[in-house]
Design a protein around this ligand. Structure first.
Ligand code: AMP
Length: 217
């Protein structure tokens, strides 16, 4: 299994690319933003606590996010598992157990402390991160996309002011995480300033290379 982490500021297309990659390579897509939005929609205690924070564009506390992520990583399968033979990452497809080819994590880590937590969680599962993809988009282009997105998105945190705040937070808190992965040699930066398909091709070229190297190990 190959494990990917994907980064990108609001407007960089991180969620779209993660979804495209999950479909193309049969990866399990775990998005902490989606997990949180589900909790908010279901009005669970965690969702109720997270809602106002998300609507402001701030980061939700690690207690909530880490608990949702570890649940997704460790208890992904909803299949009955009487003989404990299923991998926790097996998922159901057409009523049958299905083991994805890998996993793509989108939206986590957002701080260095979360990066350390992710290593710990992966370590417990005897897995490791194979590649960290950072989608780079110049701020001018992000701002242009924000205007578009604010006009069509139904998300409460997609108003122009809140998105600008989320970009600032990304610069302040998430950029140090990229340095963390750069030092460990896992980081690949991809130009995300063009069309979705162009960015996707660039990421796929990288992942194909990573998978080729991994298959020879
Ligand atoms: P996203 O869908 O990744 O843009 O995330 C939407 C919102 O969910 C963010 O603006 C945060 O409020 C919250 N969120 C998602 N992932 C995290 C995380 N790793 N840590 C803290 N908050 C998060």
């Amino acid at each position: 299994m190959i494990n990917i982490v994907i980064f990108g500021a609001p407007g960089a297309g991180k969620g779209t690319q993660a979804q495209l990659l999950a479909e193309k390579y049969d990866f399990l897509h775990i998005s902490t933003g989606d997990l949180l939005r589900q909790e908010v929609a279901m009005e669970t205690p965690m969702g109720l606590r997270a809602k106002a924070i998300m609507n402001r564009g701030d980061l939700v506390g690690d207690d909530i996010v880490v608990s949702l992520l570890s649940r997704a990583l460790e208890h992904r399968s909803t299949l009955p598992n009487p003989d404990a033979s299923l991998d926790p990452w097996d998922v159901e497809r057409n009523g049958m157990p299905h083991r994805p080819e890998g996993c793509i994590i989108d939206g986590f880590p957002r701080t260095v402390s979360q990066a350390q937590t992710l290593e710990f969680l992966f370590g417990r599962l005897k897995r490791k991160i194979d590649c960290v993809v950072a989608i780079e988009v110049p701020r001018d282009e992000l701002v242009r996309r924000i205007h578009e997105r604010a006009a069509i998105s139904g998300r409460a945190d997609d108003t122009e002011d809140v998105i600008r705040h989320r970009i600032d937070l990304y610069d302040q808190q998430t950029t140090p995480v990229l340095d963390y992965y750069r030092v460990s040699g896992l980081l690949v930066s991809v130009d995300g300033s063009g069309e979705i398909a162009q960015t996707n091709n660039r990421i796929c070229e990288t992942l194909d290379m990573v998978m080729k190297i991994k298959s020879k190990q």
